[in-house]
Structures are given as structure tokens and as C-alpha cells.
Design a protein around this ligand. Sequence first.
Ligand SMILES: [Zn+2]
Length: 348
Amino acid sequence: MQDSRPSSGTEETVERVRSLLNRFDELIQEASSYYDVKTLAHRIHILSPKSANISLTPSNGKDVPLALTALIHGVEVAGLAVLVELLELVTRGSLNIEQPLGVALGNIAAAENCVRFIGRDLNRSFGREAIETAEDRRADELELLLARSERLLDLHQVKLKIDRPFWIFPYTKAGYRFARAVAPDVALITHWGKGFSQDGKCSDEWVNSVGGIGVTLELGQNGFEPAQISRGLKAVKCAMEVVAAAAKGNPVAIPGGQLAPIYTWGEIVPYPQTGLPVLDEGWHNFKLVKSGDRLGQFEGQVITAGVSGPVLFPKYPDPMADGSYAKTPPAAELIRILREIKEADLPT
Ligand SMILES: [Zn+2]
């Protein structure tokens, strides 16, 4: 979650990112023949049916039923491929935009450099007053779209190995229903109470704070894996169908049948005051741990799991150029352990 330096073997990714960014621009240009395209900032657009008469500034509250965002983290590139695929379908005429649709790319400079972020984490920069970095400025630009969006579907990926996609967002009843309607087969992680981060908000959290409905879909591990891209495309198409149906007066309904599990935080293990690797090798997202099992060690003290469940976001620090480790912890948290809950356990 905190790799802000380029890793090796990234040239191919950078090349593909550049060509997708160009394609994104071409497709937006092409789409303007069929749709009304409003550009709020660089690579932040609203595409609407020509009859929709949407203005550059919203006259009354939420005039964009759905916004789709990608590249909020520069290395999470699959979302960019998803949005480009979506625009290919739209410009080819195989997919109709019935309701104003926001499409936006987040940290483009970071993506071009194959890093998560450059100055500060864009996904901890929403709603922040200080303008200290390029990310603070980008968050302000993205907020122009997000403030007027009824719903946000933000596409992300994770750093370490994972065998499934998952939803993750601060719990709201409407966000829960929306995520379930869009991808009922995708595991859902939600949390409530204290914000995810104290300094600046995540995109979904910020959208919730201004009266919208924000959800985040983690497609899998960073990279251009075709299965993740098609899963993401299916989700964004389904989100468009859900909002189109909602606009026609059909409320967002949770499908019946087997639904993927719901999780919340069971335990958050803090990173000890060191920059050294502390976790044992081999932890990856959704690997199961049992209460009392060893997670790692620090200065001869064994760190054990306090609860049983799948783990999330294990942190392994990246060595510096000379192979040594920084003195400070790479993150506040070492690892999270999830606790499975039922729908009835969610706040009312
Ligand atoms: Zn991310």
C-alpha cells in the first residue's frame, strides 16, 4: 500500500499505461460525436445523452447518477483498461449511455511513473484543506465530479497476491445495496465508526460525506490481468444498468440466491516501531489465520493473531536501493484480520 518507488520490470506497464491514456483521450473525443461531453478537468469528463442538457456546473445537487474512477493509485492499472474497454463499447455503439456518466482518471502522473503516488496518497487526500502536493490539487479536481455524483464506483487493485476481487467501503445502507446489486458474487468488506484514515479521506468516504453513495471495488493484484479487466467491465456495465433502472423508478434491489460473504475488521495489528520486515514470509490477502497463530516477530517477541479469519493488507517493507530498510515503519498497520458477519450484523 505504500510503494512510492518504481520497481523493476515496469517499462512494459508504463508503455501500456501510456497507450491506454492516449486511447482514453481518443475515445472521449470520438464519444463527443454521439454524446454531450463535459470536461471538468484533465481526464475528468461527464458523458450524457445529448438530450440531457447537463451544465458545466450543477444547478441543483446531484446531476450525475454514476461516476466511475480508476488510477486513484498509480500502480492499480486494471481500472484504466476497464474504462477504456467501456468507452470502446460506447463509441462502437454496442453500449448506450442512458444517464449522465462521470468517467475520471486519478493519479495520472503516478501511473506514468509506475508508482502508487508521488507526493501523498491521493486516496487519503479528499476533503483536505491543505494544498501541499499534486495529489491535493488532483483531489480538488476530482471533487468537482464527485460532489455532483449520486454514486461512485472506484476501481482499485491491491499490492500483494489475492485470489478474488472484493468490495471495500465505509458502510452505508445504500452503498451496501448498490454493491450487492452490481456484483453479488464478490466478497464485501465494510466497516463503520472511525474513518479509514485520519488525515484526508478516501474517495468513497468523501462521496458519502457529501451525500452521495461511494463504493470501491478491488479487482485483484496490480497489473493488466485479463480476467480482472473483464470482471471490472462486467461490474461497471452492471452499475450503469442499476442506475438506469433506478432513474426509471426501479429501486436498487439485492438479488436473491447465494451472496458472497460479508466481512468487517476483526483485528488490526499495528506495525512495531521499526522499518524492518516483521511479518513471516508468505502472508497474502485472504489467507486464513487462526487465533493464536504466529504472524511474525519483532526483537524476539512473537506476534500472534488475536482472532481467526482471512488476513488483509499484510505489509512487507520494500528495501531501499542499497538493500537496507528505512528506520521508520512502512505503514501504521502490519496486517488486518477479517471477521465474517451476517447482513443482520450490519448497522441499521
Ligand atoms: Zn488502491
